[in-house]
Write a protein that binds this ligand. Sequence first.
Ligand code: NDP
Length: 475
Amino acid sequence: MAAHQEKKPSEERKHKSTQNDTQTSQVQWGRAWEVDWFSLASILFLLMFAPLIVYYFIMSCDQYQCSLIDPLIDLLTGNKHLSDIWNKTPTLTYRAASIYTLWVAFQMFLYLFIPDFCHKFIPGYVGGVQEGAVTPAGVVNKYEINGLQAWIITHVLWFANAYYFHWFSPTIIFDNWIPLLWCANVLGYAVSTFAMIKSYFFPTNAEDCKFTGNFFYDYMMGIEFNPRIGKWFDFKLFFNGRPGIVAWTLINLSYAAKQQELYGQVTNSMILVNVLQGIYVLDFFWNEAWYLKTIDICHDHFGWYLGWGDCVWLPYLYTLQGLYLVYHPVQLCTANAIGILMLGLIGYYVFRMTNHQKDLFRRTNGNCKIWGKKPEYIECSYMSVDGTKYYSKLMTSGFWGWARHFNYTGDLMGSLAYCLTCGFEHILPYFYIVYMTILLTHRCIRDEHRCFSKYGKDWKRYTAAVPYRLIPGIF
Ligand code: NDP
């Protein structure tokens, strides 16, 4: 653990939290308690429109060859009515419901009942029972890290089926894509609603709940920090990491299989999407223990944003490039293919190295080498709600000395590479880079706001030492 803990006598704690504004704000670190009008407006917008956005994108591929403009033209010119589009949309089917139920049940089984064995024979892999970060209430949760194993088992079965057993067609995901969308929505809404009810009646840790008093904000951003059922079923780790992210690579494989079925070949652009996104997904599972220290797990509460987002938004919108390439099979010239591959790999390298540098720095408490030298850092402190004081460090060396979120910059380079595989005929595949830019910029600002609440004046010293957020000299 990076943070060192020190109990303070209650008198001293009281003194600290009443005499100094910065210290007072430090006591309240974690998600916002008060909802400003901009946050509320954004939340209402997302609650109303995010499901429609997903539907619109998937429908436009299904009915309009992935054109985002043509449905609008049809509607505006009266060529078609909303009901025409809706009536052509595939409905929920018994087959899709069975596939989806089986899928989620299988991932739950792998998550809950197969303890990690990968860490026993893969050198360097950290799996098995691991600790998360300290929560605002001072709790340290334990997690069973077995995502890599779940991913490997699932993919071995997928390939065994495709090449040997032939129980189902590898195009099964593509062929049921819209009926599966309804199933994913049912699960997304059910789990978010359940999480909200649970936080009122049987929270896992009442001290880590945050009620803002605004129903929509609480539903969207979540009340409980780490809702669990029993000792091991952790909502955040499961929904963030399993049904959606394990599926990501299978969805892409299903798109590749569909290209093969339709055109008798798989294009190099489709292979690039499969490879680059496959690296990203595998990286996530290889580093699942590290993921426990990222914002999603350390700071976000579990509500619709994570619950519905992981079930619907992620598998449907993060895989748009592969879907697009089924309708528009792009064969890139060798120079473009190599250029995109390089951009994707360099982006991945920057993303991974930046995350690795912080992880190494925090794990060793600064006793490590970054780019061959002892890292420089700023000492900082913060307090949990029970008044326990913790010490931490903010590194100013390596990529963390270039910008405060250079890991996001690498992520954005990789995201752009996925989109470029699709050429420039349509804007739909570029949704991902636009979305990631908004997501990560917003995340940057959100994280910095939270870090300021947590570290107070120490955070200001850090931002003075590293003045840029994403691109040195620019932003
Ligand atoms: P970071 O890994 O950047 O973590 C931010 C936290 O790190 C801060 O809250 C702070 O936490 C600590 N920190 C900040 N600066 C320093 C420093 N200089 N030295 C040491 N610690 C520091 O952010 P995320 O968790 O958001 O992202 C993790 C990765 O996941 C990123 O690479 C991102 O690109 C990726 N990501 C991908 C998404 C996707 O949908 N594809 C979505 C979100 C993230 P503390 O309180 O511990 O000090």
